[in-house]
Design a protein around this ligand. Structure first.
Ligand code: SIN
Ligand code: CO
Length: 395
């Protein structure tokens, strides 16, 4: 199954802080952020009424067989956990026991337009914080054991039921030597059976354990937060290419040292002063962050579009409009735009249309009027993204 380039009209709760949302159990986005986000768990019954999932267990298994999809098969047998990584051979799924296993597939939004639409319902959290949609399938009693995650997650129940237990315990000691993160001591404080359409929000580090009741599929809307260590070392990498520090080490004042092997204090002081020239501005941080956080994960491969000339592509824009690939990450800050790790500064006249593309992830044909067509630089930019597979014509 591939990303089929179809997108329905978007209708998601963007920037409406005071409207009560069914998705959040009647809380507004602003209330949810103030009271629960990164603070405490929230169970929401019928967050998406009528939701019964976006794909079948067979379709999920099909995705897990593809080369550019990250998947894991987790099983529990005779007291031991096992983890196998995809891509899987189709035959692997014919040999599975009746119970006690889970198939986890990451990045389902990269392949399924409906999954992109589902994620857009969570647009009250900036896209830059959103990681991906992971979907799991487990037969009766399947699960990945008691554990905690370092990131926020919304666990939305698709088909079937799942018995969730959670705990805000302080003891987060993990079982040593297990192939996945399993808590040594899990003391459930709250428990619920989630039905299709129910959703559980968990902030980072809340211990949880979900067990399938019959066949169950869970949709994990996962977030990301870079660590300070990761940001610092990536920023230093980035600075390396931009750095320009003047001068050369010199020591006309050199004095005789007692030990020629010693690195003298004078030298240390001079080098510290040279290194103190390393400076960066707010714009460097913006540029770094936009590039780094829009960078596709290494396994991601963009799909080719049908070959069209620039002229033909521009004609089709007015008829079809465009949608971002489910694999694309487009971000911006002021007039700096970032697409899949690349940065481009745009003139003020391009800003409005690109902000809509970044927010809504698509542009209806009505956006492509005469004024836009005359903007050859903008048309070339869209065409380059089309050639790279970063966006598609809406079918
Ligand atoms: C699952 O869907 O089986 C696991 C989700 C989680 O516990 O984070
Ligand atoms: Co988890």
């Amino acid at each position: 199954m591939r990303y089929d380039k179809k997108m329905k009209k978007n209708n998601y709760p963007k920037a409406v802080p005071d409207v009560p949302l069914t998705l959040l159990g009647g809380l507004s986005a602003a209330q949810f952020l103030a009271e629960y986000w990164q603070k405490k768990p929230l169970l929401i019954r019928q967050a998406i009424p009528g939701f019964n999932g976006l794909l079948s267990p067979d379709e999920l298994a099909g995705l897990a067989c593809e080369d550019d999809v990250q998947s894991r098969l987790i099983s529990f047998k005779r007291g031991r956990w096992n983890v196998e990584s995809g891509p899987f051979d189709e035959k692997r799924f014919g040999k599975l026991p009746e119970r006690d296993w889970t198939l986890l597939v990451q990045g389902v939004n990269h392949h399924l337009p409906e999954a992109v639409e589902l994620l857009q319902q969570f647009a009250f959290v900036p896209y830059v914080r959103l990681d991906d949609l992971m979907v799991s399938f487990a037969p009766d009693e399947g699960g990945v054991g008691p554990h905690f995650d370092s990131y926020d997650v919304f666990l939305l129940q698709g088909e079937g039921q799942r018995f969730w237990r959670i705990s805000e315990q302080e003891d987060l000691t993990l079982v040593e030597g297990a192939p996945l993160r399993i808590l040594q001591n899990f003391n459930a404080e709250q428990e619920w059976v989630l039905e299709p359409g129910d959703m559980l929000y968990l902030p980072p580090h809340v211990a949880h354990w979900g067990v399938a009741v019959g066949n169950a599929m869970t949709y994990s809307i996962g977030f990301r937060a870079p660590s300070a260590q990761e940001l610092a070392s990536e920023f230093l990498n980035y600075l390396q290419d931009k750095l320009s520090v003047s001068g050369m080490y010199a020591d006309p004042d050199l004095r005789l040292q007692a030990h020629p092997a010693e690195i003298g204090s004078d030298m240390l002081a001079k080098v510290s002063e040279m290194l103190n020239q390393i400076r960066w501005q707010q714009e460097d941080v913006t540029d770094f962050l936009g590039r780094y956080l829009s960078e596709p994960k290494p396994h991601i491969v963009f799909e080719d579009n049908k070959v069209l000339s620039l002229k033909r592509f521009v004609q089709q824009l007015a008829k079809q409009g465009v949608t971002l690939s489910g694999k694309s990450q487009m971000l911006f800050h002021d007039t700096q735009f970032f697409m899949n790790g690349e940065q481009f500064a745009v003139p003020a006249s391009h800003q409005a249309i690109l902000v809509v593309l970044a927010d809504d992830r698509q542009l209806e044909p009505s956006w492509f009027g005469a004024a836009v067509f005359q903007d050859t630089a903008l048309m070339q930019q869209f065409y380059d993204w089309y050639l790279a597979g970063y966006l598609h014509l809406i079918e």
